[in-house]
Design a protein around this ligand. Structure first.
Ligand code: FAD
Ligand code: PYC
Length: 405
């Protein structure tokens, strides 16, 4: 079979780094690649490099459970995530690349009176902002997702659920590859196997370039989009970010025929599940509680999650798990991201997406590109600064993050 695949055209140009660029994006995940694409496509900038220390999109872009939704509580967040969701709705056409965006809906299951009150608050807030979200009784939730066990006799009975019908999943690799191909076609250099090891600055403070394992590169603008390693890279410029890096684990089952029509999330019992187009059940857990940069975690976390999944969906009890992995998430105290200028002229950061940034890939990339190109934030990302933690204007989305931290 491999012989038959010879002669395939590479989807992006593989280049050696040039000595200088107008803009360097650090991190070749979906966010970094998307940022380079929008800088070129919407802002007409061309002399751009994306620097990736490993292989393209081998970080959290490759490791996430691909849940996409915009049902966050506060106006600031829902407008950011909704901006992203609207971009997802046209992304395959925009990139001429099938990102397999499947709007199959997302049920967030309530098991306690507190869950019910909190989810209803989200439904009302979203609807006031023109974002679809609705409340379902337990029976209506079962009608929407027949495998759901709504017996009153289970440990955490289902009391109802919120449903965002426009939510869905996408093919993670395709998103990165689509952005990479489109950016490369617009002249962006994508440089893999090149680790950024330092940030160079002038005596007057502004950035002048980066040190990398493949030599120094001069530039006046650096956009950092490195997810779990944001503290490490910003630390190279002496900036301390309000972030903790924790592993988050996921796992997939053996593939089965289409059996599961939607996405179900339950924060109370620490589990979420959907079925991939390959047929695998894609399952995720809460974060491991210790800080770490190893892309794996403790076995007790997926074990606990699988107990919850088997109780909520008894038909999966005999399903065998195929593989599990972890990714490093960059968590802020208010579980909202930072997409902003830093205190250093020419240095910009997009981070703090923690357990929930895949859904934001096109939106964050689009707004980060705006921020870098114009040296000022777009009104949508203006509240998502580093200074909000100093000034006490947090955007507390711990409940909407819907993953136990
Ligand atoms: P990445 O894809 O991690 O890209 C950052 C890149 O920076 C990496 O490729 C890395 O190698 C590179 N890098 C780091 N340091 C350097 C350096 N010094 N020099 C050069 N390059 C460097 N979000 C959702 O919305 N829905 C979900 O269902 C969901 N599920 C998740 C499940 C798991 C198990 C995990 C781990 C995360 C999940 N997330 C989810 C979160 C989501 O994956 C991330 O927020 C998002 O993918 C981040 O994208 P990114 O492009 O910023 O990061
Ligand atoms: O942000 O929707 C989310 C999510 C689901 C699983 C991990 N993160």
């Amino acid at each position: 079979a491999i012989g038959g695949h010879l002669g395939w055209k590479p989807q992006w140009r593989s280049v050696a780094p040039k000595p200088a660029y107008d803009i360097v994006i650090v991190g070749g995940g979906g966010h970094g690649l998307g940022t380079a694409y929008y800088l070129a496509r919407q802002h007409g900038l061309r002399n751009i490099a994306v620097i990736e220390r490993g292989w393209l999109a081998g970080g959290n872009t490759a490791r996430n459970t691909t849940i996409i939704r915009s049902n966050y509580l506060f106006d600031e967040s829902s407008s950011y995530y909704e901006h992203s969701l609207k971009l997802w709705e046209n992304l395959s056409q925009e990139l001429n690349y099938n990102v397999m965006f499947s709007q199959r809906g997302c049920l967030m299951v309530a098991h306690t009176v507190h869950d019910v009150q909190s989810f209803k608050r989200h439904v009302h807030a979203n609807r006031l902002n023109g974002i679809d979200n609705e409340w379902l009784t337990a029976e209506e939730a079962k009608e929407f997702c027949p495998p759901l066990n709504i017996s009153p006799n289970i440990r955490y009975p289902v009391l109802g659920a919120s449903l965002q019908r426009r939510a869905g999943t996408a093919r993670h690799d395709a998103v990165a590859w689509g952005f990479a191909r489109a950016a490369s076609d617009l002249g962006v250099d994508i440089i893999e196997n090149c680790e950024v090891t330092g940030i160079m600055r002038a005596p007057t403070g502004e950035v002048t370039g980066i040190n990398t394992t493949r030599g120094d590169i001069r530039t006046g603008k650096i956009g950092v989009s490195v997810a779990g390693h944001s503290s490490v890279v910003l630390g190279m410029a002496g900036i301390r970010l309000p972030l903790q890096s924790n592993p988050l684990q996921a796992l997939v089952s053996e593939p089965v025929k289409p059996a599961f029509p939607t996405i179900v999330m339950s924060n109370t019992i620490h589990a979420y599940i959907s079925q991939s187009d390959k047929g695998e059940m894609v399952i995720g857990a809460g974060t491991d509680s210790y800080v770490s940069y190893t892309q794996r975690g403790g076995l007790h976390i997926p074990a606990h999650t699988l107990e919850a999944i088997c109780e909520l969906f008894p038909m999966f009890r005999r399903l065998r798990m195929l593989r599990s992995w972890g990714g490093i998430t960059d968590n802020t105290p208010d579980r909202s991201p930072i997409t902003a200028k830093t205190s250093i002229p020419g240095l910009y950061v997009n981070c703090g997406w923690g357990t929930g940034g895949f859904k934001a890939t096109p939106g964050a990339a689009n707004l980060f590109a705006w921020t870098i190109a114009r040296n000022e934030p777009h009104p949508i990302n203006a509240p998502f600064t580093i200074e909000r933690f100093r000034d006490g204007v947090m955007i507390d989305e711990a409940a909407a993050a819907a993953v136990a931290h």
